[in-house]
Every structure is written in structure tokens, then in C-alpha cells.
Design a protein around this ligand. Structure first.
Ligand code: NAP
Length: 323
């Protein structure tokens, strides 16, 4: 008998085919009455496939007594309580590394789009203003500029490496210094924000990083500074960000993520020093396919070999058989 799997969120036909080869899949999107569904199927469900945005609500995890593996499509898993899962012997997996390049490219695309006012100037041409009013106002170069990266992990390091092509002067803030890297470490985020023109946030979300980019950090970045948030909306104090942009205390922003997605503060819509994206950091066909394949691989390996490929840190001892 195939193990039963609960799918939360969508899946491509390729991912569905692969999951259905090994599991009996219950699609969360087709469940109208969760209480009734759980009463009937909770005991049989051994696996959950989900994504970083939807995660697995704690109240549903609590009702799945025989859950063994949660496979997350995405590297950020702040919407899954991995500590509780580990304490119950449930392995949580995610999809690190395969998305580093495209997420880093999105960060750099936002950096350039904001500094060169790409969206404003595109609108300028489309509105016929070029012929009416002449050249658009000058913009800012990123060449050789100081850039601070908040979160020097897999993606932060990829961004830093790519920004070297623009001769940017890279510094970073993370929980620990990385002496092997040729960048300046700041142990206080506000100090780094004061020293740079561009601040790129690329940490995990969750309670530990909630509003780590607060008013003090935004004011340290200042009216000439630009914030790029490609991490999670929760990392930035969004009302403070909107206020700082409205008051001119912050120069500009490029945002891929928001605190209450898909809701975006409407005040941002009229600001031409802001570029907005609908959380598409990793959203290329190539990267999404690689993420889907890794998400499936973790489930297939769990049920065929008792192992997984990419456990989250909270579950790595469990995945290695360390309990
Ligand atoms: P990673 O390799 O685990 O790196 C995370 C980095 O954040 C590490 O350098 C870590 O510091 C730092 N960090 C964690 N907590 C911190 C804190 N409280 N204060 C300061 N720094 C802290 O993760 P990754 O693969 O690079 O991914 C990072 C995050 O990017 C994901 O968790 C996700 O939220 C986000 N993301 C967004 C998109 C998108 O579509 N926009 C796509 C992919 C990922 P240490 O090195 O000192 O531990």
C-alpha cells in the first residue's frame, strides 16, 4: 500500500506525477471541510508536501499522529514549526542551493531597477514624455558602491560574489562572522546600514528576525540609502518603511516580499523610487523545476531508503539517525 500524502498549495504536473508514483495524494486545495477530512484521514497521513508560504499550520500538524516527513518546496521554512516537528521525530526538508542563483539575480535586478529607476523611466517612455519633456532625470550608479548584505548564507554569498562584477564594496551582518570571506563583517546591523548606500536583506523569516530592519536601521540607511528586501516581509517593519519613504527619510526601496502577502501597502503604489515584485525571487521555470524535483526527491528517498537529501538544520541529527 502506498503511503498517504497531504499536498498543501499547488504542484506542477511533473511534481504531481512524481508524487503519485510513490504516494496516495490528498490535495489540500480540494478539501472543503478540514475537520471532516482530518477525522477520516489523519491517522493514515505519513507525509506532507508544502511550500514556504503556506507551510504547515501547527493545528494541522498536531492532528497528524503518524506524520513522518514534511517536504517544503522552498528554502525558507518559517511557516513550519520545525522544532516541534523534530521533537516528534518528524523530518522537515527544504530545497536549498538550487535557487541561489536566481534569487541572487532577482536581488541584483531590483538593485539595478531601483538605482536606475527602470520602472519610472519605462513609464516615462510609454506616456510619451520623452518627446514632450526631453531626457528623463539622471539616476544613481551601483558601480563601486558600498553594499551591505543582511544574511551571509548560501544566497547572501551568491549575491556578494555576483556584485563583485560591479566592483561593489561588500560588507555583511549575520549571526556570526565568516573569517574565510573577503568582506567586512559588522556585528551591529545599524552600524552597517550607516556605512552603506544599499542594504540587501536575505535572512530567514520567523520570530528571530522579525522587524530586524527597524526604524533605527532605516534611519541609519538614510535619505541617500536604498533597501532591497528579498528575504521575508516579516524581516522589515513595514509601517516604518512606508513612513520613512513617505517622509523622505529613506531614499528608495526594491521589495520582493511583504508582511501580509499578497497585500501590499497602497501608499507604495504611487512612489516612483520604489520597485515592487510579487514574491518571485526564485520564480523561473528552470529553478522552480529544480526545487520541485528536490522536494519530491526528499519524499521518495524517505519512503524508499529511509533517508532524505536536504533536511532543515533542526532535523539534521534526526535525518542522520541521531534521534
Ligand atoms: P542560509 O544559508 O541559512 O542563510 C541565512 C543567513 O541569515 C545566515 O548567514 C544567517 O547567519 C543569517 N541569519 C539568520 N538569522 C539571523 C539573525 N537573527 N540575524 C542576522 N542574521 C541572521 O539561507 P539561504 O539559503 O541563504 O536563504 C535565506 C532566506 O532567503 C530564506 O530563509 C528565505 O527566507 C529567503 N528567500 C527568499 C526568496 C524569495 O523568493 N524572495 C527565495 C529564497 C529564499 P549565520 O550564517 O551566522 O547563521
Amino acid at each position: 500500500m502506498k503511503p498517504e500524502l497531504l499536498l498543501i498549495g499547488g504542484a506542477t504536473p511533473r511534481t504531481m506525477d512524481a508524487l503519485e508514483k510513490i504516494c496516495t495524494v490528498h490535495r489540500g486545495s480540494e478539501i472543503d471541510d478540514w475537520d471532516q477530512f482530518l477525522d477520516r484521514h489523519a491517522d493514515a497521513i505519513q507525509a506532507v508536501a508544502t511550500n514556504g508560504h503556506d507551510g504547515l499550520p501547527s493545528e494541522i500538524m498536531a492532528r497528524l499522529p503518524n506524520l513522518k516527513v514534511i517536504s517544503c518546496y522552498g528554502v525558507g521554512y518559517d511557516a513550519i514549526d520545525a522544532k516541534t516537528a523534530a521533537s516528534r521525530g518528524i523530518i522537515v526538508t527544504h530545497t536549498p542551493n538550487v535557487l541561489n542563483n536566481d534569487v541572487a539575480n532577482t536581488a541584483i535586478m531590483l538593485l539595478l531597477a531601483v538605482s536606475r529607476r527602470l520602472v519610472r523611466d519605462d513609464a516615462y517612455v510609454r506616456a510619451g514624455k520623452w518627446s514632450g519633456f526631453g531626457s528623463a532625470p539622471l539616476t544613481q550608479s551601483i558601480e563601486g558602491k558600498p553594499v551591505g548584505i543582511l544574511g551571509m548564507g548560501r544566497i547572501g554569498e551568491t549575491i556578494a560574489r555576483k556584485l563583485k562584477a560591479f566592483d561593489c564594496d561588500i560588507s555583511y551582518h549575520s549571526r556570526s562572522a565568516k573569517p574565510h570571506l573577503p568582506y567586512t563583517y559588522y556585528d551591529k546591523l545599524a552600524d552597517m546600514a550607516k556605512a552603506v548606500d544599499y542594504l540587501i536583506a536575505i535572512t530567514p523569516g520567523g520570530s528571530e528576525t522579525r522587524h530586524i530592519v527597524n526604524r533605527e536601521v532605516i534611519d541609519a540607511l538614510g535619505p541617500q540609502g536604498t533597501l532591497i528586501n528579498i528575504a521575508r516581509g516579516s524581516v522589515v517593519d513595514e509601517p516604518e518603511l512606508v513612513k520613512a519613504l513617505s517622509d523622505g527619510r529613506l531614499g528608495a526601496a526594491g521589495l520582493d516580499v511583504f508582511e501580509y502577502e499578497p497585500d501590499v501597502p497602497k501608499q507604495l503604489f504611487t512612489m516612483d523610487n520604489v520597485v515592487l515584485l510579487p514574491h518571485v525571487g526564485s520564480a523561473t521555470e528552470e529553478t522552480r523545476q529544480a526545487m520541485g524535483d528536490l522536494m519530491v526527491e526528499n519524499i521518495v528517498r524517505y519512503f524508499t531508503e529511509g533517508k532524505v537529501t536536504s533536511p532543515v538544520p533542526e532535523c539534521s541529527a534526526l535525518a542522520a539517525g541521531g534521534g
